[in-house]
Design a protein around this ligand. Structure first.
Ligand SMILES: Nc1ncnc2c1ncn2[C@@H]1O[C@H](COP(=O)(O)OP(=O)(O)O)[C@@H](O)[C@H]1O
Ligand SMILES: [Mg+2]
Length: 541
């Protein structure tokens, strides 16, 4: 796991190493400043006073410390931002590969968690976990060697207490914090969902007068959250006390060792004072580790989720070195398909040529939408084949397939931006004439032109006042702009009134003269524009 995570950011190795280098030297210098002061003090007591030398060295060290700290932070931040960039890029590439089947089959909330908070927590791992651990290790190693040079007992005491701080304290804390950390996160997400739920349901709350209950629910969640927050801060407080006690006991041990060594003549005065000061000021880097442990468990969980997304195999492999065709006809023969173990289509056939409208009729759940998704190649068939111009769609370049197919469903998403932006997604370089013609054909042109800012009206400004029918007409216009030769319509008139239904059907019918159309609907009123009707049966029928 750690290895996989590190491979992901191998381009940043140099900057991570630099951050560790600057950090280690900086911390070593920080520890040495009081040590040198103590050393000079003892020298002065013995009678030699190197005032200017001392001041010069201290000033240089202090300056170096600041510069190194700055460089360390610079490298860490660089790594942090680049890491975010690299992982986001990888995740979005993965999503593009996995879409749209993945989007249908996963809980979107979970995907959003991966894209937002998981990635951000991983950034913490790269920028603020690897380097503190390495810095603490190098810093401790340096001090151990220094102590060892003076007397081995000092080195032993230092190693023991640094190990306690770096390993045992974090383990104790993270064990205590782990379960409550999970509870805290759950409480937080509960209260978030409850608030969002309340907002969405505000009209129902008003109508059925249960605002009070909603409020009580939120209060209950708030109380829970504050209880777990209190427990968490108690644990952090306890952790602080534990760390401080360890350092204090360490200080006492080093004092006793120094006294013992001095009394029996193993060390001189300088060798008493220097190690004591060095020891006392040596805990900065290791005590930073105790806070890391709490995050590490969560970070690895995030890492696992991100990795499994990156490694997921898509339902459909994109074709890039295949064939390009100008669509003339489509043949679906003996197609079977199941979602996991749920069989939806079995030995299904249909054929449509340009100039024909084929209606797909069938009860809800019989597999009409699934068939259109198979033709779009969101999924691949389990057996049988789908051919266009007698070529299996698995051999046709995915880009060409998408360009030839014009897929309109009952739910239209309008993106943030202007109406024009939303129409142009169908064809980036569409001219204003093309766009206006398409909108006129979809019977939405006049409506758009009468808006205060016409085509430049922001969707956000009118979204709530747009009717489903108007939205649907924009979606049809979008399809006309794209101008694919195979129109796939999935319940294009569901949820709209008969006036809008008539308008949309008329425009589809007029547009279909030189196109092949497959129109799925459970409404007879919609299917009446079809030349032929194909009945789709549920497998149970
Ligand atoms: N992404 C999916 N994963 C699992 N089952 C699905 C999925 N999409 C649809 N189904 C199931 O497949 C069957 C056919 O669905 P669908 O093609 O949407 O029918 P229709 O469009 O005719 O109403 C239904 O039983 C539905 O529950
Ligand atoms: Mg459907």
């Amino acid at each position: 796991m750690v290895k996989k995570l590190i491979v992901l950011v191998s381009p940043l190795k140099l900057f991570m190493i630099l951050a560790i280098l600057f950090g280690s030297i900086g911390h070593i210098i920080a520890t040495l400043i009081p040590v040198i002061g103590g050393y000079a003090l003892i020298k002065a007591m013995i009678g030699k006073f190197y005032f200017f030398k001392l001041i010069t060295i201290l000033v240089i060290f202090a300056l170096l410390r600041s510069v190194l700290r700055y460089l360390e932070q610079l490298c860490n931040h660089f790594v942090a931002f680049r890491v975010l960039e690299i992982i986001r890029d990888r995740v979005f590439k993965a999503l593009r590969r996995l879409a749209p089947a993945k989007m249908e089959n996963t809980n979107t909330g979970e995907l959003i968690t991966i894209i937002t908070s998981d990635i951000e927590l991983l950034e913490v791992f790269y920028a603020h976990t690897i380097s503190p651990i390495s810095i603490a290790f190098i810093h401790t190693l340096f001090l151990t060697i220094l102590m060892f040079k003076i007397n081995v007992l000092y080195a032993v005491v230092l190693v023991i207490f640094h190990l306690i701080m770096a390993i045992i304290v974090p383990i104790i804390t993270s064990n205590r914090a782990k379960s409550i950390g999970d509870i805290q996160r759950k409480n937080l997400s509960d209260i978030n969902s409850s608030i969002i739920d309340t907002f969405y349901g505000i009209e129902e709350s008003a109508q059925y007068q249960f605002g009070g209950e909603r409020r009580n629910e939120m209060l209950e969640y708030t109380k829970k959250l504050s209880r777990s927050a209190t427990r968490l801060s108690r644990i952090y407080g306890g952790n602080m006390a534990l760390s401080n006690s360890v350092i204090l006991i360490g200080n006492i041990c080093i004092l006793i060792s120094a006294m013992y060594l001095y009394k029996f003549g193993y060390v001189n005065k300088i060798e008493v004072v220097v190690p004591i000061i060095a020891f006392m000021s040596s805990f900065g880097p290791v005590s930073a580790l105790s806070n890391l442990a709490n995050n590490l468990v969560t970070t690895f969980a995030c890492g696992k989720r991100v990795m499994s997304l990156l490694e997921e195999v898509p339902e459909v492999e994109e074709v890039v070195n295949g064939k390009d065709i100008n669509f003339e006809e489509i043949d679906v023969s003996k197609v079977s398909f199941s979602y996991g173990s749920e069989e939806v289509l079995k030995n299904f056939d249909l054929a449509v040529k340009k100039g024909e409208i084929l209606g797909l009729k069938g009860k809800s759940g019989c597999g009409k939408s699934t068939l259109l998704k198979l033709i779009m190649r969101f999924y691949d068939v389990d057996s049988g084949k789908i051919e266009e111009n007698k070529i299996n769609i698995k051999e046709i370049n995915t880009k060409t397939l998408r360009k030839n197919h014009c897929y309109i469903t009952q739910s239209t998403h309008l993106f943030n931006g202007t109406i024009l932006d939303n129409l142009k997604i169908a064809k980036e370089d569409a001219t204003m004439e093309e766009i206006k013609a398409a909108c006129r054909k979809a019977s939405i042109g006049e409506f758009i032109e009468e808006l205060p800012n016409g085509y430049n009206t922001k969707v956000g400004d009118i979204e709530n006042s747009l009717s489903t029918g108007e939205k649907q007409r924009i979606s049809v216009a979008r399809g006309f702009i794209q101008n694919g030769d195979l129109l796939l319509l999935d319940e294009p008139t569901a949820n709209i009134d008969s006036l809008n239904e008539g308008i949309i059907l008329k425009s589809i019918w007029e547009e279909s003269k030189d196109k092949a159309v497959i129109l799925a609907s459970h409404k007879d009123s919609t299917l009446r524009i079809s030349d032929r009707i194909k009945q789709v049966k549920t497998l149970a029928e």
